[in-house]
Design a protein around this ligand. Structure first.
Ligand SMILES: Nc1ncnc2c1ncn2[C@@H]1O[C@H](COP(=O)(O)OP(=O)(O)O)[C@@H](O)[C@H]1O
Ligand SMILES: [Mg+2]
Length: 161
């Protein structure tokens, strides 16, 4: 937490600009703090595509979003379902498509029926979901494991037409 706010003050950069360059997170707590900073300014009804290897910190990041929106209780990767909704200041829908091995069609998941503004759809393994409108203009966060405790998170936002 300290490290993140320190960087913000020092550089005077918004969290979006920082994430665009890539933010170094030195612990799970820092990753959650970065998520909370993004949660504070994220436009409502945004899809976040979370890319990165197993253990890179995607679920940890979603936990940071959840906490920022006042969602209580644990956010874990659902074992049997592909997604789980959490109600807080935003409706957070956590999708983990890891087990969709046959590149399932997104439309089959019926997620859009759940969306009630303001929502955020946070999708792990988006590359395993196909044919869905909601991933087309997603904000993409890429997680890179540098070693046991260091992660780099980078954001890319689609250009609006
Ligand atoms: N800087 C860091 N950011 C995020 N997680 C970290 C970091 N350092 C260590 N970890 C640990 O790495 C693991 C990340 O797991 P998880 O968030 O479930 O990854 P993913 O969802 O990408 O598979 C957790 O056990 C977490 O405590
Ligand atoms: Mg995960």
């Amino acid at each position: 937490m300290f490290f993140v706010s320190f960087v913000v003050k020092e550089k005077g950069m918004s969290i979006i600009a920082q994430l665009g360059e890539g933010v170094l997170c030195r612990s799970a707590e820092e990753t959650q703090a970065v998520a909370a900073s993004l949660a504070a300014i994220l436009p409502p009804d945004t899809v976040l595509a979370l890319r990165g290897d197993l253990g890179a910190g995607k679920t940890t990041f979603v936990q940071g979003l959840a906490r920022a929106w006042g969602i209580e209780g644990p956010v874990t990767s659902p074992t049997f379902a592909i997604y789980a909704p959490y109600h807080g200041a935003r409706l957070l829908i956590h999708v983990d498509a890891y087990r969709l091995t046959d590149a399932g069609a997104g439309e089959d998941l019926l997620i859009e029926d759940l969306l009630e503004s303001p929502w955020c759809l946070a999708v792990e393994w988006p590359e395993r979901i196909q044919d869905t409108w909601w991933l087309q203009d997603a904000w993409t966060l890429t997680f890179e494991s540098l070693d046991d405790t260091n992660r780099r998170i980078r954001l890319s936002i689609p250009k609006t037409p």
